[in-house]
Design a protein around this ligand. Structure first.
Ligand code: AHR
Length: 511
């Protein structure tokens, strides 16, 4: 039987768990906002139109920070269209998603919703069609206490207290030819520098994310980051990254090894940021904001839900990329989360894209129910239980080989130590499609006590690796108990069924 030995040590920590690692993303795209988080008239909506059934699931999912309002959408968006009396807001064509944007939902509504959802706002600005002026104006509107035309306009629009938004994205995917206002690295680097400077003049406390490569396969990957930082190093705090993975042509082994690519991507961007740091003899580090990541079936599944289908007519909130996620997708998402957590010393922010309906852990139907997709579970458990310090994990595992990404550990893991509550949490995945894997965990420096939680996501009986939760069968897949976890002194043993994800929480004291 395949096996893995994992060693963790109380003294070998990577750093505190960055709580912003468990972020999500709400874009004005498809049905993420409209009929997702917001649907006036829905039986579960409150007087502001916020769907309480969706909000309840969002709270259970537990994102800590939510990026808004795009995405590709933001590169043609005028934030002013979304503030002020709703009946006076303009209807606009959104070229990014070939959609009619009603602007019924905007900045004030999102800030209100974020308070209800208990998440931090991460606001993206338009550096596609707009520039320095609009960049500084939105910061003044949102964050200045009052006594100026823009801040008084916010107050007149109903928000006396400043929104106090700390995290700002300086545009979105501007390296991509598909982006409205696509730029060269030189053009973008200078614009980000000047926009960032002007925004900080208004509010010096803000944190700024520079646009990085849209994915590691971009022809400009590496040189884009280098050039942008050679201009904007002093002005920005984070470099953004985006990556989406999918199964191609039934090659599940490669798909399951996607996190090997994520590791490589993260380590490459860290190296580029640090190369610029060395060249500039700078003290500060640029950390990473992995502000779009997920499984997304971009090819091979062309249906009415795919973006190609929307270019025929202009519609309000059409169904766009409403991927249905299966067991395999959930295991991959678990390993992607592991990769992010293992790099938590440099990845400070990460946003799963997106939150509702659009490649999302939560689905909802117009005038209908809301439910959890399979990928909900690894995110929800990790967001809740990854607390305290990230532990280094030394893993010796049997390998699974893959065409696309080479060999990967069959058992993938990340771990945290919550000293305050005396708990170690292990987040585990078995990438093996056929066999269970026996796992031994050496808890060096700890004495293990009770098993506080042991939960498993696996192929349900009678199901397959493609089993998913759907409108018709909303609870086909959930977490079940992981039986047989044994803790004996400083060793824990467990068995992971084929193609599974698990979380194990163990009470520990000092060894
Ligand atoms: O999340 C969907 C889209 O993917 C975003 O709008 C864009 O930034 C990315 O290409």
């Amino acid at each position: 039987m395949p096996s893995a030995r994992i060693v963790i040590d109380r003294d070998f920590t990577i750093g505190p768990v960055p709580r912003r690692l468990f972020g999500s993303f709400v874009e004005h795209m498809g049905r993420c906002v409209y009929t997702g988080i917001y649907e006036p008239g829905h039986p579960e909506a409150d007087e502001r139109g916020f769907r309480q059934d969706v909000l309840k699931l969002v709270k259970e999912l537990g994102p800590t920070v939510v990026r808004y309002p795009g995405g590709n959408f933001v590169s043609g968006y005028n934030w002013e269209d979304g503030v002020g009396p709703v009946e006076e807001r303009p209807r606009r064509l959104d070229g990014a998603w070939h959609t009619v944007e009603t602007n019924a939902f905007g900045l004030h509504e999102f800030v209100e919703w974020s308070k209800d959802a208990d998440v931090e706002v991460m606001e993206a600005i338009n550096l596609g069609t707009r520039g320095v002026d609009a960049a500084r104006e939105i910061v003044e509107y949102a964050n200045h206490p009052g006594g100026t035309a823009l801040s008084d306009r916010r107050i007149a629009n109903g928000a006396k207290a400043p929104f106090d938004i700390k995290l700002w994205c300086l545009g979105n995917e501007l390296d991509g030819p598909w982006q409205i206002g696509h730029k060269t690295a030189e053009e973008y680097g200078r614009l980000a520098q000047e926009a960032g400077k002007a925004m900080r003049f208004v509010d010096p406390s803000i944190e700024l994310v520079a646009v990085g490569s849209s994915n590691s396969g971009m022809p400009t990957f590496g040189s884009w980051e280098h050039t942008v930082l050679s201009h904007a190093y002093d002005e920005v705090d984070y470099m953004s990254m985006h990556a989406y993975y999918q199964e191609h042509d039934g090659d599940a082994s490669s798909f399951l090894a996607s996190a090997v690519d994520m590791d490589y991507f993260i380590e490459s961007v860290v190296a580029t940021c640090d190369a610029v740091r060395a060249k500039r003899k700078a003290k500060k580090y640029i950390n990473l904001s992995f502000d779009e990541w997920n499984v997304w079936y971009q090819t091979g599944l062309e249906t009415d839900d795919q973006p190609g289908a929307v270019s025929q007519s202009w519609r309000e909130h059409p169904r766009l990329i409403e991927d249905t996620y299966n067991v395999t997708d959930a295991v991959v998402v678990g390993t992607l989360l592991n990769s992010l957590l293992r790099h938590g010393d440099r990845v400070s922010i990460a946003n799963q894209a997106q939150l509702v309906n659009v490649i999302a852990p939560i689905r909802s139907e117009e005038n209908g129910p809301a439910w959890k997709q399979t990928i909900f579970w690894p995110f929800a458990r990790m967001a809740a239980l990854a607390r305290g310090e990230i532990l280094r994990t030394a893993t010796t595992s049997d390998k699974v080989s893959s065409k696309q990404f080479g060999d990967a550990d069959q058992v993938d893991v990340s771990a945290t130590f919550d000293e305050q509550n005396g708990r170690v949490a292990l987040f585990l995945a078995n990438r093996g499609l056929d066999g269970a894997a026996d796992v031994t965990v050496a808890l060096n420096g700890f004495v293990g006590g009770r098993v506080l939680r042991a939960e498993l996501l696996e192929i349900p009986s009678g199901g397959t690796r493609l089993t998913a939760n759907t409108l018709e069968s909303q609870d086909a897949l959930g977490l079940v108990p992981l039986d047989g976890v044994v803790v004996d002194g400083s060793t824990a043993t467990l068995r992971l069924p084929a193609l599974s994800w698990a979380v194990v929480e163990i009470e520990v004291s000092k060894g």
